[in-house]
Design a protein around this ligand. Structure first.
Ligand SMILES: *[C@@H]1O[C@H](CO)[C@@H](O)[C@H](O)[C@H]1NC(C)=O
Ligand SMILES: *[C@@H]1O[C@H](CO)[C@@H](O)[C@H](O)[C@H]1NC(C)=O
Ligand SMILES: *[C@@H]1O[C@H](CO)[C@@H](O)[C@H](O)[C@H]1NC(C)=O
Ligand SMILES: *[C@@H]1O[C@H](CO)[C@@H](O)[C@H](O)[C@H]1NC(C)=O
Ligand SMILES: *[C@@H]1O[C@H](CO)[C@@H](O)[C@H](O)[C@H]1NC(C)=O
Ligand SMILES: *[C@@H]1O[C@H](CO)[C@@H](O)[C@H](O)[C@H]1NC(C)=O
Ligand SMILES: *[C@@H]1O[C@H](CO)[C@@H](O)[C@H](O)[C@H]1NC(C)=O
Ligand SMILES: *[C@@H]1O[C@H](CO)[C@@H](O)[C@H](O)[C@H]1NC(C)=O
Ligand SMILES: *[C@@H]1O[C@H](CO)[C@@H](O)[C@H](O)[C@H]1NC(C)=O
Length: 430
């Protein structure tokens, strides 16, 4: 069942009052390695160091490029890893797309992973210089002429799976082919300092978004997660909070380009309910960047569920799932040129004849928003006619549209909306 904030490692830690809770493990053994050099394969020596020092020890990867050629799991228990170099995953697209060569531990949409960190009471520190080189450029180009779909095997760069009391610190992920991060089936994980950068560098693709699905993170089936000090340049969701993410705080997040911060998509699996509860987004900026690098800057914060009908099966189809999203706060948000600051829709992947979704959104708070939208539509909240949304509160919401155009605020099937100084159109509250 849902765990309340009784023993809330990550979210307490993030309020800094309780920083002492996040004491690093005190390791004994140390394993230190350096890259073998050009043309050599580092996978075995990295796995060897983790095997020797990953339980109760300290592993140091000196600076340089580690050539990683096959899937890799770090099982860490009472352990620290200092990563001063880059784990560089070979851009052998055919190899990685072969399902036998990646893990499929992330249940949702059957997504693939090439690197999994698991275990208990660990810390992985990139010291602001180390992390992952995803070598995404050839991947992005490959998929401009090949069909892509959820679950097609494009690997998540860093997957934290079945982890408890883990810390990822000052870590960078360059050129992720697909999602930059995922945390799944985990509890009490802190990311403090995460940079993800998916930027096309080939002038032939200037002005097009060839980096779809490079989400900063997807959280799934995880409780007590802190995302502190993030800087994400991508062509998709900056953060995506998916089903059964509870007690999540994201603070000091810079989103450069992409689709904005997503809750969802939810309700894709007809046999599962998606619960998202107690999420705080605080000190968030979303900036449109040079359109030749990334033309997309779609939303500020948005919410999406599939319809009530089942249209095919996951990973690519779905719908009909239930659940709820509640107690969500997005405060101190600054927008620079987003298309649509706040959007909620429950028709993802559906058709107009579909049954309305039964997944409910409520207790949504938007506080202290400033900045500007590109279009005149500022808020578009379209809740399911079957269940509606309840209790949506705005405070100090001051986002402007283009000069000389009347701003538009759309609300459908919403009960109990307060705090906007213009009326929000409501049609047919349930
Ligand atoms: C990585 O290792 C593979 C296998 O040994 C090798 O073929 C490849 O050239 C190496 N890559 C780099 C960049 O060193
Ligand atoms: C995937 O890799 C396995 C193991 O190397 C191999 O047997 C299989 O033929 C490969 N599949 C494809 C479609 O290449
Ligand atoms: C992202 O990478 C691109 C290309 O390498 C670089 O120009 C840009 O400055 C990087 N962005 C950030 C925020 O580091
Ligand atoms: C729910 O359905 C998915 C397929 O859509 C299946 O993989 C999964 O095992 C099912 N889960 C349960 C709890 O029945
Ligand atoms: C979420 O948690 C609820 C309650 O524990 C469970 O019934 C549901 O299947 C979970 N959903 C997913 C997507 O795991
Ligand atoms: C609502 O979520 C916040 C985190 O944003 C949490 O501090 C608070 O305790 C939650 N409220 C309830 C009633 O659970
Ligand atoms: C939504 O819930 C209502 C009431 O329980 C039920 O009658 C309806 O069939 C549900 N809709 C879907 C799409 O499951
Ligand atoms: C509102 O948010 C901005 C950042 O967007 C911040 O600088 C300012 O201090 C916040 N105001 C209050 C009263 O918290
Ligand atoms: C409300 O809806 C009417 C009719 O669609 C439209 O003319 C008006 O601009 C809307 N008002 C707002 C505040 O969005």
């Amino acid at each position: 069942m849902l765990v309340s904030s009784l023993v809330s490692f990550a979210t307490l830690w993030s309020s800094s009052v309780c920083a002492i809770l996040a004491k690093s493990p005190s390791p004994t053994r140390t394993c230190t390695i350096a890259p073998l050099g050009s043309g050599r394969d580092d996978t075995s020596q990295v796995l060897g160091a983790i095997a020797r020092c990953g339980h109760g020890g300290h592993t140091v990867l000196r600076k340089g490029i580690y050539n990683i050629t096959r899937k890799m799991t770090w099982d860490l228990v009472d352990s620290k890893v200092d990563l001063f170099g880059h784990l560089s995953f070979t851009p052998d697209i055919d190899y990685w797309l072969n399902a036998t060569n990646t893990y499929r531990v992330v249940f949702i949409q059957n997504q693939a992973s090439w690197f999994v960190v698991t275990g208990k009471n660990w810390e992985v520190d990139g010291h602001g210089v180390g992390g992952i080189q995803g070598n995404g450029q050839p991947w992005w180009e490959y998929f401009t002429s090949h069909a892509k779909a959820d679950g097609d095997g494009r690997p998540i760069s860093l997957t934290v799976y079945r982890a408890e009391h883990g810390i990822i610190r000052d870590f960078a992920i360059e050129a992720p082919p697909f999602w930059c991060n995922t945390v799944a089936d985990s509890k009490s994980v802190i990311y403090d300092g995460m940079r993800c950068n998916a930027s096309n560098a080939n002038p032939a693709f200037a002005g097009t978004n060839i980096v779809p699905n490079t989400d900063g993170i997807n959280t799934y089936r995880s409780d007590d997660i802190a995302l502190m000090n993030w800087d994400v340049t991508c062509g998709d969701d900056c953060l995506a909070i998916k089903g059964n993410s509870t007690n999540v705080v994201a603070r000091n997040v810079m989103c450069r380009g992409g689709n904005g911060i997503a809750f969802g998509s939810l309700g894709q699996y007809a046999n599962l309910s998606d619960i998202v509860e107690n999420v705080l987004l605080e000190n968030i900026e979303l900036h449109r960047i040079d359109p030749s690098v990334q033309p997309n800057m779609q939303n500020g914060v948005y919410f999406k569920s599939w319809t009530g009908s089942v249209n095919g099966v996951p990973p690519t189809g779905g719908g009909g799932g239930t659940g709820f999203v509640k107690n969500i706060t997005a405060k101190n948000v600054f927008l620079d040129g987003v298309n649509l600051p706040i959007h909620l829709y429950q028709t993802n992947g559906g058709h107009s004849i579909d049954l309305p979704s039964n997944l409910t959104f409520g207790e949504l708070r938007f506080e202290n928003w400033t900045g500007n939208a590109l279009g005149n539509k500022i808020v578009d909240i379209e809740c399911s006619v079957a269940v509606g949304c309840a209790d949506i509160r705005f405070a100090d919401f001051d986002v402007s549209g283009p000069a000389g155009q009347a701003p538009s605020f759309i609300c459908k099937n919403v009960q109990g909306l307060t705090g906007l100084d213009v009326p929000c159109n409501a049609t047919g509250a349930p």
